[in-house]
Design a binder for this molecule. Structure first.
Ligand code: SF4
Ligand code: SF4
Length: 353
């Protein structure tokens, strides 16, 4: 039996040293519930015991360990990552659900709930991984978007495997709260043949993208994850170096992704001008097929997005990339050390000009 080198950093310790202790963890949940040693507790990832695996899923699929952005883009879209605008898109438009029950519960236009309901009723998926608010009072505004704060009370979002419209409706109110979707994904046994959709924030989509690059052997098969839907990240404010970090999870200031650029479909708010609508970005064939079915069933009302609204989203997306790079470089002091972010020098230079 191989002797255990006590000086070696094993997977959870590496994760703690390189990600959690460095303030890079946005609590995506990717490492939780995947093994007996890591758990989520009151908005934190806690290590319950020592693990002796040099490389574990927790480290490999964490979106804040090294992530080759270009390789993911090639895998999902067949093209390199350029960093431009809102990422690869087949179609962008405004939409809202036509179902009064969904509209009555959902934030904005209820597009995600509508899409999931159609995907379930048409047999495209068997279950959707989302979140619902646990019993207790609901947190609002910025605090709901600060993972650490929002997870510390009774109102924590909890992961849910929704298999019916009724269960999907439970997720509608929690769309913009931070979530435990990845720990729910981690909990699905590898023998499961259920076809899944997953709804998450861009950092959670990034973890799923890493799984697509190199699928786990002991978890739900990635081929069964038929659809990944990303919310635009609802964080309202990014920090400049030295700014007060009281109400923001530091990790979010190193996040580049506004819309969830590696999702099949990204959905955001129509903002004040279209407050009852969602902005929908269709990125992949799987996303386009679902949207076509939803439109065909009359589940969505759509309209073109005006150029000025699209320009606002493109600017927000580019600004987030620039801010993330600026904050990362301020932290490392080295333009070539981008922490977790695997971007080519050419892309970095282009984004920072
Ligand atoms: S970013 Fe996600 S996977 Fe990485 S340490 Fe935090 S919770 Fe775990
Ligand atoms: S800003 Fe980024 S890291 Fe933070 S919650 Fe949003 S997607 Fe995740």
């Amino acid at each position: 039996m191989e002797a255990i080198d006590s000086k070696k950093l094993f997977a959870p310790r590496k994760l703690r040293k390189e990600v959690i202790d460095e303030g890079l963890c946005p609590f995506c949940g990717g490492c939780a519930a995947g093994c007996p040693y890591l758990a989520q507790y009151k908005g934190r990832i806690v290590q319950l015991d020592n693990c002796t695996l040099p490389e574990g899923n927790c480290y490999q699929y964490c979106p804040r360990t090294y992530t080759d952005i270009d390789a993911i883009s090639r895998k999902i879209f067949g093209v390199p990552f350029t960093g431009e605008g809102i990422g690869n898109a087949k179609e962008i438009f405004l939409a809202k659900s036509t179902d009064p029950e969904i509209r009555g519960k959902a934030q904005g236009g209820g597009v995600i709930t509508a899409l999931l309901s159609v995907a379930l009723s048409e047999g495209i998926i068997d279950a959707a991984i989302g979140t619902r608010l646990s019993d207790g009072k609901t947190t609002d505004g910025l605090l709901a978007r600060n993972i650490v704060t929002s997870m510390s009370g009774d109102s924590s979002p909890v992961g849910i495997l929704a298999r019916s419209k009724k269960e999907v409706l439970q997720t509608a109110e929690a769309d913009y709260a931070t979530a435990r979707v990845l720990s729910t994904l981690n909990s699905i046994p590898k023998e499961s043949s259920e076809r899944l959709a997953m709804i998450g924030l861009p950092c959670q989509v990034a973890s799923v993208s890493k799984r697509k690059m190199s699928p786990p052997e002991n978890r739900a098969k990635m081929d069964n994850v038929r659809l990944v839907i990303s919310l635009f990240c609802a964080t309202k404010k990014w920090l400049e170096p030295g700014e007060d970090r009281k109400y923001i999870n530091e990790a979010c200031s190193y996040c580049w992704d506004w819309t969830g650029e590696f999702a099949d479909i990204s959905v955001g708010s129509g903002r004040a001008k279209f407050k009852d609508w969602n902005i929908v970005i269709v990125r992949t064939n799987a996303g386009a097929e679902l949207v076509d079915v939803a439109k065909g069933k009359g589940a969505l009302e759509t309209q073109p997005i005006p150029d000025e609204s699209l320009a606002i989203e493109e600017k927000a997306s580019l600004d987030k990339k620039k801010r993330a790079l600026k904050n990362i470089i301020a932290k490392t002091g080295d333009r070539k050390d981008l922490l977790y972010l695997g971007l080519s020098e050419a892309t970095v230079n282009r984004l920072l000009t």
